[in-house]
Design a protein around this ligand. Structure first.
Ligand code: SER
Length: 317
């Protein structure tokens, strides 16, 4: 990994991942790829090259890959689950037609490719507890359909053409830097913002709904470590279950209340997001990631909560 293109560099994951990789390889070109209307600003813009890189525009992507001699592509362009339900054709276009553009360019230009999958790649028939690495997926959401197709296409390009594709199934990601947009797990980010601002939180997910979640520093570490892993140890490629914590809204609220007494929450369940959440695992088994590339998270719910509250106090108050 020397010259890296991060597609979606201004999004929830990209904004932090681009900066992390720039710090890791200061001698390389780490290009912040963006689309019109989501241009990088501030530190992201000033600390390295930036280029328009729309996944749906293969010619534009190829130009960037050639100009910066890119060897690794992080493909983070996606519509999250709730938005994808409203715009299924657009979700497919970005997530799958866009991926095909990237994989073809990677094949011709010898790039490694990371395209995240998700807990959203699972469905109602998936075993919910300790969800195995290799199991029935059959998601019912469009987001999930695109993620299963992403896993299959990425593996196809590896087996057929030798493209070095690797990825992880991200849990819901919680960060204090850039907000997610339109996901089912977004509540677990928004709740911290409300708590720190002293506001009541209106929760769109019902009590008792467990989902895997992860603090962003662990997610970034996973995205880097999988691409740096020794390929001879990898039995799997697209995509590895990774896990660090699982909770429902009640457990999260109780944990935040330990640090912000008096925090209030009520429920207004959103049927679309609730149905999606109920079809996802309660907790994934990540033993393959641990065995094949030494995956190990650093944050549990307590550690994340302390850090989130501290960071958001500095940012918001
Ligand atoms: N966080 C995503 C969502 O909720 C799932 O990967 O859509």
């Amino acid at each position: 990994m020397k010259n890296v293109l991060v597609i979606g560099s201004t999004g929830q994951i990209g904004s932090e991942l681009t900066m992390k990789i720039r710090r890791m390889i200061p001698e390389g070109n780490v290009v912040a790829g963006y689309i019109k209307g989501a241009e990088p600003k501030g530190e992201l813009l000033e600390s390295g090259p930036a280029a328009e890189a729309d996944v749906c525009n293969g010619e534009q992507l190829l130009e960037v890959v050639k100009k910066y001699d890119i060897d690794t592509i992080y493909n983070l362009a996606a519509l999250l689950s709730a938005v994808a339900e409203r715009k299924p054709q657009l979700a497919w276009h970005i997530q799958i037609d866009g991926l095909m553009n990237i994989l073809e360019i990677a094949r011709d230009n010898h790039c490694a490719v990371f395209t995240p999958s998700s807990i959203g790649s699972f469905g109602p028939e998936t075993p919910r507890k300790d969800t195995p690495q290799d199991t029935i997926q059959r998601p019912r959401s469009m987001y999930g359909c695109t993620k299963v197709a992403t896993e299959l296409l990425s593996d196809y390009y590896f087996h057929k053409y030798g493209v070095d594709t690797r990825s992880v199934r991200f849990p819901g990601l919680i960060s204090n830097v850039t907000l997610p947009g339109g996901g089912t797990t977004d509540y677990a980010v928004e709740i911290y913002y409300a708590a720190v601002k002293g506001e009541e939180f209106v929760c769109p997910i019902a009590p008792g709904t467990f989902m895997d979640m992860m603090y962003m520093p662990d997610a970034l570490k996973a995205a880097v470590d999988i691409m740096n892993a020794d390929p001879s140890r990898l039995i799997h490629r697209n995509s590895f279950n990774i896990a660090s914590m699982s909770f429902d809204p009640e457990i999260l609220k109780a944990k935040i209340t330990e640090h912000i007494p008096g925090f209030k929450m009520r429920y207004e369940v959103d049927p679309v997001r609730q149905a999606i959440a109920e079809s996802w695992p309660d907790k994934m088994d990540d033993s393959c990631a641990r065995a094949e590339w030494d995956w190990k998270p650093s944050y549990d719910l307590e550690g994340m909560t302390v850090d989130m509250i501290d960071a958001l106090r500095k940012k918001l108050l």
